[in-house]
Design a protein around this ligand. Sequence first.
Ligand code: UD1
Ligand code: MG
Length: 452
Amino acid sequence: MSVSAVVLAAGKGTRMKSELPKVLHPIAGKPMVQHIIDTLGEVGAAQINLIYGHGAEQLQSALAHNSLNWCLQTEQLGTGHAVMQAVPHIQDDDDVLILVGDAPLIKAETLQSLIATKAEADLVLLTVVLDDPSGMGRIVRDGDQVKAIVEHKDASAAQRQIQEINTGIMIMGGADLKCWLGQLENNNAQQEYYLTDVIAMAAEENKVIKATQASSAVEVEGINNRVQLAKIERAYQWQQAQTLMLNGVSLADPNRIDIRGDVSTGTDVSIDVNVVLEGKVVLGSKVKIGANCILKDCEIADGTVIEAFSSIEQAVVGTDCNVGPYARLRPGSVMKAKAKVGNFVEMKKTELGEGAKANHLTYLGDATVGAGANIGAGTITCNYDGVNKFKTDIGEGAFIGSNSSLVAPVTIGKDATVGAGSVITKTVESEQLAIARGKQRNVTGWARPVKK
Ligand code: UD1
Ligand code: MG
C-alpha cells in the first residue's frame, strides 16, 4: 500500500499582509511548504498532491524542482473542497495523508507513527491538547471513541470547553475518502465544505477511528501572521541548536545562532554568538567560529579558527588555518593547511597554499599562491581590465612587499621578492627581486611654504 499525500495550500494568507503567498514565507530560509514536502520525502510518500490557488505562478516557480501533482482549487470553498481537487490522483487502495501547508514543523517521526497506526484503523487523526483551543476544530469523543470534529464556529458552549483539537493532519483510505468527500455539504456556520465532517461519517459507519498526539503544540502550530512566523522560526532554530549541542557542539548562546541549511560537525566545535550557517556547511573537529560570522556552503577542516565578523561562501578551508577577523572568502576560495588570512582580506577563486599568509588589507582574485608565500599588507591582484579577468600566479615562498599591485596576467616565481609599493606587470623569475616604483629623491635645504 502506498501513501499519497495531500497538502492544502490554496489559501491566500490574508493576515500575512504580503504579496508572497503564505506558504512561501520562509522558515530558516526555506519556504514553509518546502519543509513539509521535504518531510514527506523522508517518510516516503509515493506522491504529493499540492492543492494550490492563490499565487499560482509564484508557487510553481518556487517549488518547480519538486515532483508534485499540481491540483488547482480555483475557489476556496473549504478544506473538504480542497481535498476534492486531488481525487483524480488518488487510488482506492492508497493511504491518503492530508496535511496543511502552513504548519511546517511537523516531524517525520510523527507522520511515521500516524502511518503505522493506520494499519490498525480506518482513519487516524493527529490531535493535540491546547491550553487555549479557541478557533480550532474540537475532537468530540464518546468515552474513548472519537465521534466527530466540530469547528469552533459551529461548536456549542460545552464543546468549546474541549481542549483536544484537530491539527488538520489525518490519514485514511483512498476509497473511504472519495466516498465521504462525495457526501460533504456546506450547511455550517462558514458555508464551507469541511474536511472535518468526514469523521462523523466514519463514526456513523462504525469505522475504526484512532487519534495520535503530536509531540508538542508547536509541532503542529499553523502560521497566519508574521508574529507566528517569527515564533515558529525561533522554535525551529531552537530545535536545531539543541541538535548541534547534543552532537557535541558548544554554543555560546543557543538563542543566538541561525541555521538555514544542513550543518555537519566533528567533535568539540565551538560557536560564538550571532553566527549564521547557510546551505551545506561542514565543520571539522575543534573548529572555532567567532562572533558574527556568516558561513555559507563551505567546508572548514579540523582545528581551524574563524575569527569574528568573517564571511565565507563556497569556500574550502583546510586544517589549522586562521581566518579573520573581518575576512571575506568568496566563491572558489581554497585555503590549504595552516594558511592565514587576516583582517580586511578578500579572496575570490584563489588558492592559498599551505602555510601561506595574507594577513592584512588585501584582495586576491583569480590567483594561486604557493606554499609558504607571504602576501604583504595592501597587496592587490589587479585581475580585471574592465572586460576580462586574468590570473595571477605567485610561487612558493614568494614575498610580496606591502602595497603592491600585481597586474594580471602575471607570474611571480618561487622565492621571488617584490619590493613594497611596486606595480608589477611583467614576470618576476624565481628568486629575483622586483622593484617597480618611483625612485626616492631627497632635496636638502628645502623651505616649507609659509602662510600668506
Ligand atoms: C482547519 C480545520 C480545523 C483545525 C485547523 C487546524 C477544517 C474545516 N477545519 O481550520 O478543524 O483545527 O484547520 O489549523 O478543516 N485551504 C485550502 N482551500 C480551502 C480552504 C483551506 O487550500 O478552500 C487550506 C488553507 O490554505 C490552509 C488549510 O487549508 O493551509 C487550513 O485552512 P484554514 O482556513 O486555515 O482552516 P481552519 O479554519 O484553520
Ligand atoms: Mg487555519
